[in-house]
Every structure is written in structure tokens, then in C-alpha cells.
Design a protein. Structure first.
Length: 249
């Protein structure tokens, strides 16, 4: 079944049966993104964040493979790359951001994207953990420690390892490409994904690695020594790296 949606808005102060001030919004373009209003001026002037990088990533997707969007936010990577993949698994733990992600998928009528409200991490992070929220747009939130002056609030989220999650919810096709934007928790996600990476032939990964992270050296060592990946900085994109397994070079 494929259902197309429109948006109906109402005044919450009026009775539900009142139709006097209803507004109908019909989305007439194939892709519809629910985006945080705080960044409206940027989106109006520049379009999607990282739009050129998203377009560049198409070359790593496969029509017979699965794309993992780890830290999907409201789904810009998932929606834009879905036509180039067999299947997309989008992971976003923050509640309202996850709802926007699901809304974007529904409004875009995309049938090959599934969304999961779960954070990914290492085995010792599994369970309920506080998510440190540091922006009003859903970006930058982390289960890793942050300085108090960065934190706007907290939200309890469910964390699992990728290995355990996919053991009970396997994708329908091999994993071909992974994008990871998890705000300082990249190393832990990889520690919980070693079997998944091995099973899928060590797919190419796009990683955001914050320059101020204390774990950068440990992350690089784990990728290069333990997993046999090479980290390649992406020109023109701050803190973005392509991790390519040495067998794929």
C-alpha cells in the first residue's frame, strides 16, 4: 500500500469540530522535508545542510544494497539517497527529531526507508542513557559528556549496539554504505558494530569526526589498526571523513 498525505492545521483553542480556520497544505513535490524552524533563514537562502556532500554520496550507494543513516536527524540523507538504495535504515534517538524524520518519510511517500528511535553505541552503553541536548534544532545532541554550558536539557533514550540490533532486525540486503553523525560517540558505535562490518564486507563509511574530540586519536587507531580502514578527509567539508577499507582501495 502506498498512501499520499496532506497536512491539515487547526487552531487548538477552537473546538475540534470547528472548521472555520482550517488550513490545508498539499505537498506537490516528490520530496518533503520537515525541518527545524530555527534554521528557516539558512534553508531559505541555501537549501539543505550538506547538500553537495549528500549528492556526492550517491556514488557509494547501491540499488541492491542497504544504506545505514546513523544519526539521521530529520532525514535529509535518508530521503535524498533512498532512490539510489534498495533499503535505508535511519536511526535517530531524540524524540521530536525522530518524529520529524518519520513525518518527512511519510510526506515524501518513500517506501524503502524505515526509521528507528534508538541510539547506537558500545556494549557498555546498552540500555537507557541521558541524551544531552545542546541546540533547538535537534543537532549536536550526544550521549557523551558535554560541558554544562553546552547543555539545554536532557532526554532519556534507548541505546543498543548495531550488532545486536541487526541480529533481531536484519536488513533485506547487504549493507553497502554507512553515514555516521553521532556527536563524539563514533568510536563507541564502531565498537558495537564490528560483527556487522565484517559480515557485510566492511562497507565504506562517511563519518563526522569533531575536531575538538578527545577520542579522535583512539578512533583513528581503532579504524586503522583494528578494522583496517583508511581515513580520508573530505575537501571542503569540515570534520567529515570517508573511511574506506583497505580491501576496497
Amino acid at each position: 500500500m502506498s498512501t499520499k498525505y496532506f497536512i491539515l492545521t487547526k487552531d487548538p483553542r477552537e473546538p475540534v469540530y470547528s472548521n472555520q480556520d482550517n488550513q490545508i497544505v498539499h505537498v506537490n513535490r516528490p520530496l518533503a522535508f520537515l525541518l527545524p524552524e530555527v534554521n528557516l533563514d539558512y534553508y531559505y537562502k541555501n537549501g539543505l545542510f550538506e547538500s553537495h556532500l549528500i549528492d556526492w554520496c550517491k556514488q557509494y550507494c547501491k540499488t541492491d544494497g542497504t544504506f545505514l543513516d546513523i544519526g539521521a536527524h530529520t532525514g535529509t540523507y535518508s530521503l535524498c539517497l533512498a532512490p539510489y538504495c534498495h533499503y535505508v535504515m535511519a536511526f535517530e534517538p531524540q524524540r521530536m527529531t525522530y518524529y520529524a524524520l518519520c513525518g518527512s518519510v511519510a510526506l515524501s511517500n518513500i517506501g524503502n526507508v524505515d526509521c528507528y528511535q534508538v541510539g547506537l553505541g558500545a556494549p557498555d552503553q546498552v540500555g537507557q542513557m541521558p541524551l544531552n541536548i545542546r541546540s533547538h534544532d535537534g543537532g549536536g545532541s550526544s550521549i557523551c559528556p558535554l560541558t554544562n554550558d553546552e547543555i539545554l536539557g536532557h532526554e532519556m533514550v534507548t541505546v543498543n549496539t548495531l550488532d545486536d540490533f541487526l541480529a533481531t532486525c536484519p536488513p533485506p540486503s547487504p549493507i553497502a554504505f554507512i553515514k555516521m553523525d553521532v556527536e563524539y560517540n563514533e568510536l563507541n558505535v564502531l565498537k558495537g558494530a564490528t560483527q556487522t562490518l565484517k559480515k557485510n564486507g566492511y562497507p565504506t563509511m562517511l563519518l563526522e569526526v569533531n575536531a575538538d574530540s578527545d577520542t579522535n586519536k583512539e578512533l583513528t587507531a581503532f579504524l586503522e589498526t583494528t578494522l583496517n580502514y583508511t581515513m580520508v578527509p573530505i575537501q571542503g567539508c569540515d570534520n567529515m571523513y570517508l573511511a574506506v577499507h583497505q580491501d576496497r582501495r
